[in-house]
Design a protein around this ligand. Structure first.
Ligand code: GLN
Length: 451
């Protein structure tokens, strides 16, 4: 049914870069055969899923939304892919994304944009717009995203779906193409809080192949999602995430959520996190710095595309020509910014300062979580904007992640879930819930209560 749905709508939505029809049917049949033999089934047996094209899949193309990996077939599965298979999930295919997960609209994909199923002329968010659009268009009931600065939560918000960025280190990064290694985190996307929790449980857990993987039990997210309750909880409203630049209808729905939480028995506390105002600047030094280093591996020798290798050129020239042809403008912008920020003589002024700001943000969270159990804010300042509107203005694009970035810098957990439609445009608004590191279950407890 999901393959038929993809066939019917994906020409317009363009959520998928690659639909693995044969593989999906084979997986589904294998689950059926297991069931018939009376074998024990995985926890998500037979449930179809849309996988962001940033996770390696053995034998299936993985492009990261980039021309530089066009035609590359990974020889191995990411740990997350392995875990999905072990859970007996049926992987429908790979979803569209901003190139190397750099963006907030999926317009930076080298393979063309994805439409927002609520209004195909608008963006589905980014970088994981394909995964969220697949959910909103009913092409898949579950999807996987990655969140470096908001790429799970922001697409969830603008498509009216649920997205969770788990605590940093909760989901293995092995086989997840690196953008900014100290920020990148894979996580679940779904249409309900409980569905997200079931997927969360299936993909989280310690992995020896990822040196930053957390070696501790996964928080009881499914139990929390089944027992939504905020009675007696202290919920902090982040003061800095309101005011200028926030759409009226977004604030209206957010304020209604605050009232709902109060009615359900939560104690509402206003919290100030003064360093959050610096988060965007720090992020746009740290993320490009790490990406300039990570993307050095695309040298035309190891993977995918190779341009100008006609026997007359040096290896350096082939590398340069390949990177020139293979990377899009946003990736080039970030590699240049990052290389500059890490240059000798500039390191302390830029990268060093950004790391200090990162510590201040972490301390703001620590202080906040001494007073409250979770923090809340709108996920995004505005609803989905029209395709093309911010394409030539990187700064305007970067603002889409204003509320999501601090969590990545500090490494704690956050969820976005729908909280109604903005009255002025009828488009979905996201409520963000933020929890301390390793307290991911609180997101589900609160999310399930207000869903
Ligand atoms: N939009 C942010 C960026 O462009 C975040 C991307 C992400 O979370 N992958 O870097």
């Amino acid at each position: 049914a999901h393959l038929a749905r993809i066939e019917a709508v994906d020409e317009k939505v363009h959520a998928f870069l690659h639909v693995d029809r044969e593989g999906a049917l084979a997986q589904a049949r294998a689950v059926d055969a297991k069931r018939e033999r009376g074998e024990k089934l995985g926890p998500l047996a037979g449930v179809p899923l849309a996988l962001k094209d940033i996770f390696t899949t053995e034998g299936i193309p993985t492009t990261v939304g980039s021309k530089i990996l066009e035609g590359w077939i990974p020889p191995y599965d990411a740990t997350l892919t392995k875990k999905l298979k072990a859970a007996d999930v049926v992987i429908l295919g790979k979803t569209n994304m901003d190139e190397f997960a750099m963006g907030s609209s999926t317009e930076n994909s080298a393979y063309g944009p994805t439409g927002n199923p609520w209004d195909l002329t608008r963006i589905p968010g980014g970088s994981g717009g394909g995964s969220s659009a697949a959910l909103a268009a009913y092409e898949a009931p579950l999807a996987i995203g990655t969140d470096t600065g908001g790429s799970i939560r922001q697409p969830a918000a603008v498509t009216g779906t649920v997205g969770v960025k788990p605590t940093y280190g909760a989901v293995s990064r092995y086989g997840m193409v690196a953008f900014s290694s100290s920020l990148d985190q894979g996580g679940p996307c779904a249409r309900t809080v409980l569905d997200a929790a079931l997927l969360h449980e299936a993909i989280a857990g310690h992995d020896e192949l990822d040196s930053t993987s957390i070696d501790a039990p996964v928080p009881p997210v499914v139990e929390a999602a089944r027992n939504g309750d905020v009675k007696g909880m202290r919920v902090g409203v982040v003061k800095e995430f309101s005011g200028e630049g926030y759409q009226a209808g977004v604030m209206q729905r957010f304020n209604e959520s605050v009232e709902l939480l109060r009615e359900l028995g939560a104690e509402i506390v206003e919290i100030s996190c003064p360093s959050f105002d610096l988060a965007l600047s720090a992020y746009y030094l740290i993320a490009p710095s790490e990406c300039s280093s990570n993307l050095a591996r695309f040298d035309a020798m190891r993977y995918g595309l190779r341009v100008g290798d006609d026997g007359t050129r040096s290896a350096e020239d082939v590398t340069a020509l390949t990177r020139e042809a293979g990377f899009g403008p946003e990736v080039k912008r970030r590699v240049m910014l990052g290389t500059y920020a890490l240059s000798s003589g500039y390191y302390d002024a830029y990268y060093g300062s950004a790391q200090k700001v990162r510590t201040l943000i972490t301390q703001d969270f620590e202080k906040a979580f001494e007073q409250v159990d979770v923090l809340i804010s709108p996920t995004t300042p505005t609803t989905a904007f029209p395709i093309g509107e911010r394409a030539d203005d990187p700064m305007a694009m970067y603002l889409a992640d204003l509320c999501t970035i601090p969590t990545n810098l500090a490494g704690n957990a956050a969820m976005s879930l729908p909280c109604g439609l903005a009255p002025e445009d009828g488009l979905p608004v996201g409520l963000q819930i933020i929890a301390p590191a390793m307290a991911d279950d609180r997101l589900y407890k609160v999310g399930a209560a207000v869903e």
